[in-house]
Ligand binder design. Structure first.
Ligand code: NAD
Length: 361
């Protein structure tokens, strides 16, 4: 497919191909939509086999960021950057600075952050060249570890899902199987246990499992056994693509609701969950607490305001479940529909607003 065909397909606004001779940087920055605000999304470094593969990824990821910000009701658009290369071998301060200079040329239309292959410490080099960076320590409003806010949002998302599927949002006695006892998993268990939920936990790291077992009286299971646990909620908080042909036939839950990104291996697995009568909380909706936390850096609010905003995930999910029911579509499609609707309304409002003479000239 021709490059412009690819750009037109999902209505991207701007795609910038960058090359820096000195550092060897080859990167692509994609701005999907800025109707709601500047396009925010991380920079990923990955050894793509071709420029086309990198382009497909950056277009897909930036579009996803638009939807994520829109359903989280943030004044942000969607963007993403990819650097082509092996982060273990090719990443240098010069390359990161060169990336920062390209980000800066966009004048704040694109704001970056860390992502796969690019850590907080790498972002410090990017920040030397542009102020349009979030999620680092040295900015005046650095928001720190987003996991507690993410977990808090997931907790409220689980409550909303229980209300829809089980008729109550009280979690006392509700059985939740949590996959992954990392940053988000641990804090999620803390929230769930505080309300009396009954927890099952697994992780490849035994130390992390032990901590959740000791702190919240969770039952440990082997990592592969988590899919077979008879429970109300399966909460994936470790890996992507864990809803797939292999796991789908094993799940014995009523709800899938967790923090992990890209839980559906393919869209059709979202259809299959729906067909099995399992309620799926779309991942990018329920895990938006991290983005909400980062957004706080831009508008200058702290953790309590971020948590308050993350509580909104409860109502957003209920709206999505209503759309899914009314339109007879799976929830992951209903989430996209809600996002598009919010953007469409914002675009119409912008058009209705009279423009200042200087802008019309
Ligand atoms: P983390 O690395 O702190 O935790 C992940 C945990 O999963 C680790 O303890 C790891 O040992 C465990 N794990 C790895 N493979 C496993 C397996 N096969 N079975 C069971 N456990 C396994 O990461 P995190 O920050 O807690 O994020 C968890 C997920 O949530 C990721 O998919 C992440 O992309 C997503 N997410 C996180 C945030 C955030 O604020 N941290 C925000 C949005 C989405």
């Amino acid at each position: 497919m021709d490059v412009f065909d690819q750009i037109h397909e999902a209505h991207h606004e701007q795609v910038v191909f960058c090359h820096d001779e000195e550092s060897g940087l080859d990167s692509i920055i994609a701005i999907h939509d800025t109707t709601l605000g500047p396009a925010l999304g991380g920079t990923r470094m990955w050894p793509y086999r071709s420029a086309d593969e990198a382009l497909i990824d950056v277009l897909r990821l930036s579009e996803g960021m638009t939807y994520k910000a829109a359903v989280a009701d943030l004044e942000l658009g969607g963007g993403k950057a990819v650097i082509i290369g092996d982060s273990k071998r090719d990443k240098t301060p010069e390359l990161l600075r060169a990336h920062g200079r390209f980000v800066d040329t966009l004048g704040g239309r694109y704001i970056t952050a860390e992502d796969v292959g690019i850590g907080v410490e790498d972002m410090e080099y990017v920040y030397e060249e542009t102020k349009h960076v979030t999620g680092i320590r040295s900015t005046p409003h650095g928001s720190g570890d987003p996991s507690p806010v993410t977990a808090y949002g997931v907790y409220h998302g689980i409550k909303a899902s229980c209300r829809k599927k089980l008729g109550t949002d009280e979690l006392k006695g509700i059985r939740v199987a949590v996959q992954g006892a990392g940053h988000v998993g641990y804090h999620l268990c803390e929230n769930l246990a505080s309300e009396g939920a009954v927890l099952t936990i697994c992780d490849i790291d035994d130390e992390r499992v032990r901590k959740v077992v000791d702190d919240f009286r969770a039952t440990p299971v082997d990592t592969d056994a988590i899919y077979d646990v008879n429970c109300d909620v399966f909460a994936p908080c470790a890996l992507g693509a864990i809803i797939n042909d292999g796991t789908l036939r094993r799940l014995r839950c009523s709800i899938v609701a967790g923090a992990a990104n890209n839980q559906l291996e393919e869209d059709r697995h979202g259809d299959a969950l729906d067909a099995k009568g399992i309620l799926y909380a779309p991942d990018y909706v329920i895990n938006a607490g991290g983005l909400i936390n980062v957004y706080g850096e831009l508008v200058g609010y702290g953790i309590e305001t971020a948590k308050e905003k993350a509580r909104g995930i409860y109502g957003t999910l209920l709206s999505i479940y209503d759309i899914a029911e009314e339109d007879g579509i799976p929830t992951y499609r209903a989430a996209d529909r809600l996002a598009r609707e919010r953007i469409r309304k914002a675009r119409e409002q912008k058009l209705e607003r009279p423009q200042p003479v200087a802008e019309r000239a």
